[in-house]
Design a protein. Structure first.
Length: 270
């Protein structure tokens, strides 16, 4: 793991899942899954996501089941302090054009009370936003700084009596509980492939129960996302953007167009 300078931030009462059965944030090109088996397969991949000029990157969370975690406690995300950043390597480039946070909690009277605004109060918004540290652009496609409203957030009631959040985008199964956390809109700047990472920021990522690690993507060491551990990023890319021909012409295409133009000019002169 790479550790950048520590930053001060705190959200009271946050706990994080243990390493063996830690909650997991992962990327997909899918906004929904037809089954928990498909969602679990996606959680085990660091996918290649095609961006044909413009596209979407979806950030998901997987919370383990009671059987997998060996307990029946409620596990929930009660804060989201994470950046989605492009790596320095690769030949392509892209930028974020906005994002939408899953902010609907159907188990409470107000349907939009899952997370606070970036400023921790006032109107509840889905995003994009630039206040309170939330932003989008390049190389940071999206920066999230959200705390749960009260004790809500995203949660999985891992008991026989209550099987979890019943949001339509939720997938529940024996493998775990899955929720699409954010929809990130992306636009291409240059074609090629670019690695995509999750990185902790100066807020924090809160998961109950246990502590203190959480998984970013697949096949990587778990991250400690508690306050003071900002700038921690996976060693392995959590996804790769395959920025294909769309609104951005490739250099070779430009050269061909240029030669074609010269040919037309010569014909007209002749």
């Amino acid at each position: 793991m790479r550790f950048a300078k520590c930053a001060l931030a705190a959200v009271a009462g946050l706990l994080v899942a243990g390493q063996a059965h830690a909650a997991q944030l992962f990327f997909s090109d899918q906004p929904s899954f037809a089954s928990s088996t498909l969602a679990n397969t996606a959680a085990g991949l660091n996918p290649v996501i095609n961006i044909p000029g413009t596209g979407h990157v979806y950030l998901w969370v997987k919370l383990p089941t009671a059987a997998a975690a060996g307990n029946t406690f409620t596990e929930q995300i009660n804060a989201l302090g994470v950046d989605v950043v492009l790596g320095a390597t690769g030949t392509g480039n892209a930028h974020g054009t906005g994002f939408k946070v899953t902010n609907n909690d159907p188990l409470v009277a107000d349907p939009d009370t899952r997370f606070d605004t970036p400023l921790q109060g006032g109107n509840i918004v889905d995003g994009p936003a630039s206040a309170g540290g939330e932003s989008f652009g390049s190389p940071t496609l999206a920066s999230f700084r959200r705390g749960a409203v009260g004790t809500n957030g995203l949660f999985n009631r891992r008991t026989a009596a209550a099987t979890g959040d019943h949001d339509p985008s939720t997938v529940n199964g024996a493998e775990g509980f899955f929720e699409m956390v954010a929809d990130i809109a992306v636009a291409a700047d240059a074609t090629g492939q670019k690695p995509l990472f999750l990185r902790t920021n100066t807020f924090t990522i809160g998961y109950g129960v246990g502590g203190p690690l959480v998984n970013f993507g697949a096949l990587d060491t778990a991250v400690d996302p508690r306050p003071g551990n900002g700038g921690v990023q996976s060693d392995v890319p959590d996804a790769t953007l395959n920025i294909v021909a769309g609104s951005v012409p490739e250099p070779t295409s430009l050269a061909v167009l240029g030669l074609g133009g010269l040919s037309l000019i010569r014909r007209r002169k002749a």
